[in-house]
Design a protein around this ligand. Structure first.
Ligand SMILES: CC(C)(COP(=O)(O)OP(=O)(O)OC[C@H]1O[C@@H](n2cnc3c(N)ncnc32)[C@H](O)[C@@H]1OP(=O)(O)O)[C@@H](O)C(=O)NCCC(=O)NCCS
Length: 196
């Protein structure tokens, strides 16, 4: 995330983390305080939440909300090496990582991670707080529900829909709509666990 933000022209003013880590450094940048100090920075900085998500987006959402409640602004970051169509929509707090592609008329909701080499094809729609992992292929007209995780190198066939809150394992091939919230994997993709 730091590397991608640098490539997009952001200047890192410091990192907030858990108390045990204050004073340490990440990629040469100091951990200057804890999340409780978010209000101290709202006037001088925009924020990036670097927590990822595989099985549960709740921590990422909680931190986004903490920043919003403090009056802060979430940065929307587009890596210099990615391609985002001028006809695509990227909402606040989302990060488009290196070499990802977001094609024409695609839309990406709030707080998403579109990871390295992921491909969001034309007219596809990614909900809020999704993580589309490295090299995943979301083909044209697909829809991914809020808070869904799509594993590395998964392929969604054109026009497929996945309901909110799902976890799709790495390397899955999704050829049928997924309407039940759960953990899925494999080729063809099958339900492993139903999620509440
Ligand atoms: C789907 C996933 C989250 C499941 O994790 P888990 O709940 O710990 O599941 P387990 O590893 O215990 O596996 C449960 C079963 O599902 C199968 N399975 C898990 N992931 C699978 C996958 N990606 N493809 C095919 N089968 C898979 C396992 O073989 C296992 O079956 P078994 O008990 O018969 O051996 C995890 O395997 C996965 O794919 N994570 C995504 C990794 C990724 O893409 N990271 C990118 C970050 S950018």
């Amino acid at each position: 995330m730091i590397d991608v933000a640098e490539s997009a022209g952001f200047q890192n003013q410091g990192i907030l983390d858990i108390p045990l880590k204050v004073g340490k450094k990440v990629l040469g940048y100091s951990i200057v305080g804890t999340d409780d100090q978010i209000p101290d920075y709202v006037n001088d900085a925009v924020f990036i939440v670097t927590i990822g998500h595989i099985k549960d987006a709740s921590l990422r959402i909680k931190l986004h909300q903490k920043i919003i409640d403090a009056g802060g602004t979430l940065a929307t970051i587009i890596a210099s090496t990615s391609h985002v169509s001028k006809h695509a929509l990227i909402e606040e707090g989302s990060v488009i990582m290196h070499r990802a592609v977001v094609n024409a008329d695609a839309s990406i909701g709030r707080g998403c991670i579109i990871n390295t080499f992921a491909n969001i094809e034309h007219d596809a729609n990614i909900g809020d707080y999704c993580h589309i992992s490295t090299g995943a292929m979301v083909n044209g007209n697909c829809k991914v529900g809020n808070e869904t995780f799509l594993g590395s190198q998964s392929v969604m066939v054109n026009g497929i829909e996945i309901t909110a809150g799902c976890v799709i394992g790495a390397g899955s091939l999704i050829r049928r709509n997924i309407t039940q919230k759960g953990i899925y994997s494999g080729n063809p993709t099958t339900l492993k666990i139903i999620l509440p």
